[in-house]
Design a binder for this molecule. Structure first.
Ligand code: GLU
Length: 532
């Protein structure tokens, strides 16, 4: 909107003739629309994995763009060559794709305002740097590392915040030429002006930070010819037509500096909004090294993009009429997105919510004819990978990897698991493989041998000719327990151990009905064999 106002101020007086006036208005409304098209960006540095904080920034920019029919741009900020991590840029883009946050313009998608990788735009920064030198907003600084270190250490010794003393701001032209002739290396610094007026943060309201009070003139171009973050970021936001900058609150302190740069260039700045800090559930700070904060970690654990996105959007608000604990698609999230509803409070992560959302998503996929086959393929791969050796017999493989069996396993467990990978945890091994050990020593003594009782169970369950349902199974087991004078829980325990190799587990009737008559019988035969 700020841009539109400036745009309006520049419009010449309306032409008098009505026809011409109409034509003018038509043209104007198109150009105003163009001027107003929302363009936002996510500008990560490729220094590691995509983190929850980064995902939140990318997502909120994306949702804002989509809710305004605008464009979402991915720009890689790799000017700090010392911190680069190989393949990190590609991985970032892949992870955004996984999360269904598709950029309209990016290093791989391309676009009209590229290149979208800063290290490929170096010449361009040099040209813009010249402008600032020419209009006296920047200067060459020849201070050696030794002097800068001395300044820093001296400030620390005096218990003051270290800051550059702007010495080279005042060098005479003669001195500059002399140092240049000698080939003294230099960087370029920006002359910070005093700030007296606040800027309007879209989320935090008026913010007044007089940077010049806290910092010396910042470096814009390093001695190696690479621009710093501040300079490249501002030049690119301008050249890429960015209308709104939504980024983490840790950048709020840089914004006044960026606004001064816009002023020095004579450019209209975008609007700025800062997203509140994300903290742990107990309010403690997140650590960048926390592995469980990487998006790849969630993907690899079997969390769905929808679950992760709903989890992230749940913490900071920004939605109109969004109920908690209702899973929304990314399209629904963008329909409900409203920047004005973003909170300023720190956002506390509640990982139980992530689990809940993933369970909801699993249940949704189970009901969807298009998503179910994908889910079954994933489960099939997971089972194959986890139980590779135990699935050696092709008959076993055929049975447990069969889509019908996989579906019944999923339906039976939909309220117990939160992630597909839960189904390959040790306590679910019995679903996929024959137990190799029976902890029968845990069972109470019985009047007859375990083998005799299991033989009767085998006969009873093989004789079920109607549906092999939990009810029919339980009825026939009860008949056997009566025959031996046993209590039902005791016989159930024996069967559970025989079939699963575990002392604890799900209700026996349900479990046998999911395994199916053949498998149940085969398991009991196998147990009898182990008992021999
Ligand atoms: N490259 C910065 C980062 O790593 C971008 C900050 C901004 O959005 O301006 O987060």
């Amino acid at each position: 909107m700020a841009q539109l106002f400036t745009h309006l101020q520049r419009i010449p007086l309306l032409p008098c003739k009505v026809q011409e006036a109409r034509k003018f208005m038509r043209l104007f409304s198109i150009s105003a629309q163009k001027a107003c098209q929302v363009r936002v960006r996510f500008a990560p540095s490729p220094t590691g994995h995509l983190h929850l904080g980064g995902l939140r920034t990318a997502l909120y920019n994306f949702l804002f763009a989509k809710s305004k029919n605008g464009k979402f741009i991915l720009r890689i900020e790799d000017t700090d060559q010392t911190r680069l991590v190989v393949h990190a840029a590609q991985r970032l883009e892949d992870m955004l794709k996984w999360a269904k946050i598709y950029p309209d313009e990016s290093p791989t998608v391309g676009g009209p305002r590229g290149p979208y990788v800063q290290s490929q735009r170096i010449n361009l920064y040099h040209n813009y740097m010249k402008n600032l030198l020419e209009n006296d907003s920047a200067y060459k600084c020849f201070c050696s590392k030794l002097r800068l270190d001395w300044l820093r250490n001296d400030a620390i010794r005096r218990n003051e915040t270290p800051k550059y003393d702007n010495k080279c701001r005042y060098l005479s032209q003669v001195k500059i030429e002399e140092l240049e002739r000698k080939g003294t290396p230099y960087c370029i610094r920006f002359k910070l002006e005093t700030i007296t007026d606040p800027y309007q943060d879209l989320i935090y309201g008026p913010i007044l930070i007089n940077v010049a009070e806290h910092e010396g003139d910042p470096v814009m171009m390093k001695a190696d010819g690479y621009p710093t973050y501040h300079f490249a970021n501002v030049v690119d936001d301008h050249l890429m037509g960015i209308t709104h900058v939504l980024r983490g609150v840790e950048w709020q302190i840089s914004t006044p500096k960026h606004l001064l740069l816009y002023k020095a260039f004579g450019w209209n700045p975008p609007l700025f909004g800062h997203l509140p800090l994300i903290v742990n559930r107990d309010g403690s700070k997140l650590s960048k090294r926390q592995d469980d904060l990487h998006i790849e970690h969630y993907r690899d654990q079997g969390y769905s993009p929808e679950a992760v996105l709903n989890f992230v959007t749940d913490i900071g608000g920004g939605f109109e009429g969004k109920e908690h604990n209702v899973l929304l698609t990314i399209e629904e999230l963008s329909e409900k997105f409203n920047l004005a509803r973003l909170t300023k409070n720190s956002c506390r992560l509640d990982f139980d919510k992530l689990k809940l959302y993933n369970q909801m998503d699993l249940q949704r996929c189970l009901k969807s004819p298009t998503e179910l086959p994908v889910l079954l393929d994933q489960l099939q791969d997971l089972v194959k990978k986890t139980f590779e050796e135990k699935l050696s017999s092709s008959a076993v493989q055929e049975k447990v990897l069969n889509p019908e069996y996989l579906t019944s396993v999923l339906m039976w467990n939909e309220d117990r698991i939160t992630c597909l990978s839960d189904l390959v945890r040790p306590e679910y091994t019995y679903l996929w493989a024959i137990p190799d050990h029976l902890p029968l020593d845990q069972l109470p003594a019985m009047p007859n041998s375990y083998a005799d009782i299991l033989q009767s169970i085998l006969e009873a369950i093989t004789a079920i000719s109607d549906n092999f349902t939990k009810e029919n199974i339980v009825t026939s087991i009860k008949v056997v327990s009566k025959q031996y004078g046993l209590k039902t829980p005791a016989i159930m325990k024996l069967i559970r151990i025989a079939v699963t190799g575990m002392k604890e587990g799900p209700p026996v009737g349900e479990m046998l009905s999911v395994l199916g008559q053949d498998t149940a019988a085969a398991r009991i035969k196998h147990a009898l064999h182990l008992l021999e």
